[in-house]
Design a protein around this ligand. Structure first.
Ligand code: NDP
Length: 330
């Protein structure tokens, strides 16, 4: 049946300006790293994309190697566009990336112009798109001159293959250098995509300060620590969870008693705030004004609905924040 999105989809979602650019992003964005691959059920992936858009999530984040197999999340998203979302293309912010291993040989990894341009051409084909809204260099490359990598991003934007350029996983100093090169070329960096959650706070301090100074937006990935900062693991490791699956970055041995003890205490605090654990974790990353959007993943539509419920209460009292610090420090 033809998909008709909710008419009221723009009523409750806040949209925040990305750095000092003209582009606004939803407070919650959806990433397709897991559960949108060729090995996953298409109808579930489609239901998640529909659910997200119905809730006002306009930003969908991909990368060349999301799957498995590599490339298949972009193919899945291409199908979802064709079946449901293509009439709304101008209401969507679609991003992709290159920087990790993608194809064999010397031209399918890291940060050369050769790799970035070829990879984006492939991504566009897989999604059936003429352009992506944001194209990222996925991680710093220690060997390619930064001028070449940034030059490739500048070329990609000027050629119309992407509207904006971004970087991911760059340190504060690498970000400073990248921003300065891009500024000189006249294609300012729109956005940085770092990891950030209660268990992973490396961006606090140097990087967030740098992004604020440069006027670069910040979309934070894995705000739920891949599911650890939810109620998912409170009673063990469910068979359909990320930690139970082979070939993921969340391994069974990371679900430790020490971590779970913190999550249980955080969960109690969340319940006192009338929130789920996931909702409090999202509100917590969004408390920082430099953070533009929380980039979540999901395995079921209900999880997306739950997370978006976080937006009903984004405020923390000083006492709650202190309590969270105490729990995290153990
Ligand atoms: P999250 O930290 O949001 O983890 C998502 C997982 O949390 C889900 O798969 C699900 O686990 C669980 N979950 C989500 N919502 C709920 C809920 N309401 N209740 C209970 N459990 C829930 O993010 P990801 O690690 O998935 O990363 C998000 C996106 O960030 C990626 O898709 C990608 O776009 C981007 N990313 C970018 C990287 C980069 O280098 N730039 C690296 C990694 C991610 P389960 O599957 O077990 O149900």
């Amino acid at each position: 049946m033809t998909y008709l999105p909710e008419e009221n989809r723009y009523v409750s979602m806040p949209y925040k300006r990305c750095g000092r650019s003209g582009l606004k992003l939803p407070a919650v964005s959806l990433g397709l790293w897991h559960n949108f691959g060729g090995v996953d059920q298409f109808e579930n992936a489609r239901a998640m994309a529909r659910c997200a858009f119905n809730l006002g999530i306009t930003h969908f984040d991909l990368a060349n190697n999301y799957g498995p197999p590599y490339g298949s999340a972009e193919e899945t998203f291409g199908q979802i566009l064709r079946k449901d979302l293509s009439p709304y293309r101008d209401e969507l912010v679609i991003s992709s990336k290159a920087g990790w291993d993608m194809w064999p040989g010397p031209y399918g990894n890291f940060g050369s112009r050769k790799y970035l341009v070829a990879s984006l051409n492939q991504s566009l084909k897989r999604m059936g798109l003429e352009y992506v809204d944001i194209f990222y260099h996925h991680r710093p490359d220690p060997d390619t001159p930064l001028e070449e990598t940034m030059g490739a991003l500048d070329f990609i934007v000027r050629s119309g293959r992407a509207l904006y350029a971004g970087i991911s996983q760059y340190s504060a100093d690498e970000t400073r250098r990248a921003a300065s090169i891009m500024q000189e070329m006249g294609t300012p960096l729109l956005i940085h995509q770092p990891s950030y959650n209660m268990f992973d706070r490396w961006i606090e301090g140097d990087l967030l300060n740098r992004l604020e100074q440069e006027g670069i937006g910040c979309v934070v990935f894995s705000p739920l620590a891949q599911g650890l900062l939810t109620n998912r693991y409170l009673k063990g490791i469910p068979e359909d969870s990320r930690a139970a699956k082979p070939d993921t970055d969340l391994h069974r041995d990371e679900v430790t008693e020490e971590t779970l003890s913190k999550v249980r205490q955080l969960n109690d605090l969340a319940l006192r705030r009338d929130q789920s654990m996931a909702q409090m974790a999202i509100a917590w990353v969004l408390r920082n004004p430099v953070v533009t959007s929380a980039l979540i993943g999901a395995s079921h539509p209900e999880q997306i609905t739950d997370v978006v419920g976080a937006l009903r209460n984004l405020e923390f009292s000083t006492e709650e924040l202190t309590n969270i610090e105490e729990i995290l420090q153990g």
